[in-house]
Design a protein around this ligand. Structure first.
Ligand SMILES: *Cc1c(COP(=O)(O)O)cnc(C)c1O
Length: 463
């Protein structure tokens, strides 16, 4: 399998190359040159199989040429056989006649990002050992990426991870899940700014090619293809459990950087019968606005009850636009130049129509998010986290056919956002036993100004 950049000016790479590179050298994102296609018979054969076995079938074509089947199998068994605390790994829960939740929070840091980052840590280990290289991981997090990435990389021999988070803008549980990891190869940095500032710092470091090569910089944000790839799997396992390929299934995805829902779009492209893909956003609704008006325009960031979705622009949207534009990299370069210069662009009519053909979108503000949490708890006793509640609100608005199962992705455990959950439902969700003492553990972090020079100096100091 070969990968190409959405901006068309970086070299083609194999899976090992894109995993170690992250952002393409032309500023674009890597996508598979061609998608593997699964027949109905192949999808049917996933029925009743353990998660790790389906993961092998789905992922194998994407890593062909870079990983042996035996190595891949061992990594998948270690990840999904052991690191997750539920035998189904990604269990479905029924909430209504044809409404389902896909619980993606049974991994070590209680959010869906563990699905990809537990695996990515193993890929890094494998490829760096093979090459005899060291890696510097640099990431920005609005909360959940950071802890999941740190958990995936802690203690690994050839990897140092620097994780930026917006100072005072992540929940206490989120912060402590990062800052209480005390291994020497983990550096937590609180940036005086918001999440987009953090993301801009990361991008600036990656675009400084000389710096990037000197420190061996690699990304763990969802611009890294391996993350999207790992998330394709649970669309297959859940759809098959609900009757696919002999029945269509719809999905609603609480969305920030567009990585998780893009994985659903890829699953559909591989042959999974997905009817609707609903983008659920909070107040930071650039995607919902773009779908409605065709104008993709940054509009500041507002803090909400669902902080992992508090983003200004969605980096993975570029991957989708590449498809909408018929894989014409020149179109993407033009759009992205306009985005940089004017903080937005207008989608061409044909591209907007293609977007609307594949996606629906809706927005939920904090009041609605809290109401959904309260109503669900009253109706069924189920306690959902605020990100999941944003999803449920959008699913209710956008669902066009109640005869098709609607699966809302439950992206975080309610205890990660305990204050918001308690406020809405009166219930104080307990942390799982392995984290019960989190609030009393020692923390380690440094604070930096929103300044790329200071960040680069800190990273060089650690070489
Ligand atoms: C990261 C995250 C999201 C958004 O996912 P994207 O792939 O960035 O769209 C939603 N919910 C939670 C809990 C998250 O951690």
């Amino acid at each position: 399998m070969k990968y190409i950049s959405t901006r068309g000016e970086a070299e083609k790479l194999d899976f090992e190359g894109v995993t170690l590179t992250g952002l393409a050298r032309d500023g674009g994102l890597y996508v598979p040159e061609e998608l593997p296609k699964f027949s109905a018979g192949k999808i049917r054969s996933f029925r009743g199989k353990p998660y790790a076995d389906v993961a092998f079938e789905v992922i194998q074509p994407f890593v062909a040429g870079s990983l042996s089947d035996a190595d891949l199998k061992a990594m998948l068994d270690a990840t999904y056989g052991k690191a997750f605390r539920h035998p189904a790994v990604a269990p479905l829960v029924q909430l209504g006649a044809n409404d389902w939740l896909l619980e993606l929070f049974h991994g070590p840091t209680l959010a869906f990002k563990d699905f990809a980052l537990q695996l990515l840590g193993r890929f890094f280990d494998h490829f760096t050992a093979k090459r005899g290289q060291k890696l510097t991981i640099l990431g920005a997090t609005s909360g959940d990426t950071g802890s999941a990435a740190i958990e995936g990389c802690r203690g690994r021999d050839n990897v140092t991870i620097y994780m930026l988070h917006p100072k005072d803008r992540v929940s206490e549980v989120q912060r402590r899940q990062m800052t209480t990891v005390l291994e020497d190869n983990v550096v937590n940095i609180a940036v005086e700014g918001n999440f987009d500032d953090c993301q801009a710092l990361v991008k600036a470091c990656f675009n400084d090619l000389e710096f990037r090569d000197r420190v061996g910089l690699t990304a763990v944000n969802s611009i890294n293809w391996a993350r999207v790839m790992a998330q394709i799997v649970y669309y297959f396992t859940s759809a098959v459990a609900l009757g696919a390929p002999d029945r269509e299934v719809s999905y609603t995805v609480p969305t920030g950087n567009f990585g998780d829902i893009f994985a659903g779009y890829i699953a559909k492209g591989m042959g999974l019968p997905v009817r609707q893909l609903v983008i659920a956003t909070n107040k930071n609704d650039i995607l919902a606005r773009a779908l409605q008006s065709g104008a993709y325009r940054a509009d500041g960031v507002e803090a909400t009850l669902s902080p992992s979705m508090d983003i200004q622009v969605s980096s993975n949207f570029e991957r989708l636009m590449f498809d909408l534009a018929g894989r014409d990299a020149a179109e993407i370069r033009a759009y992205m130049d306009t985005l940089t210069a004017e903080k937005g662009f207008d989608l061409k009519q044909a591209h907007l129509e293609a977007l609307r053909a594949s996606f629906a979108a809706s927005q939920a503000d904090d009041a609605l998010t809290a109401k959904v949490m309260a109503d669900l708890y009253k109706a069924s006793g189920y306690v959902a986290d605020p990100h999941t509640a944003v999803g449920l609100a959008s699913a209710a608005v956008c669902n066009t056919d109640p005869s098709v199962p609607m699966v809302t992705l439950s992206t975080a455990h309610p205890a990660k956002f305990g204050a918001a959950v308690t406020e809405a439902t009166g219930v104080d969700p307990a942390l799982p036993a392995h984290m019960a003492d989190l609030l009393s553990r020692e923390e380690r972090l440094i604070t930096l100004a929103n300044d790329v020079t200071a960040l680069q100096a800190r990273i060089e100091q650690g070489l």
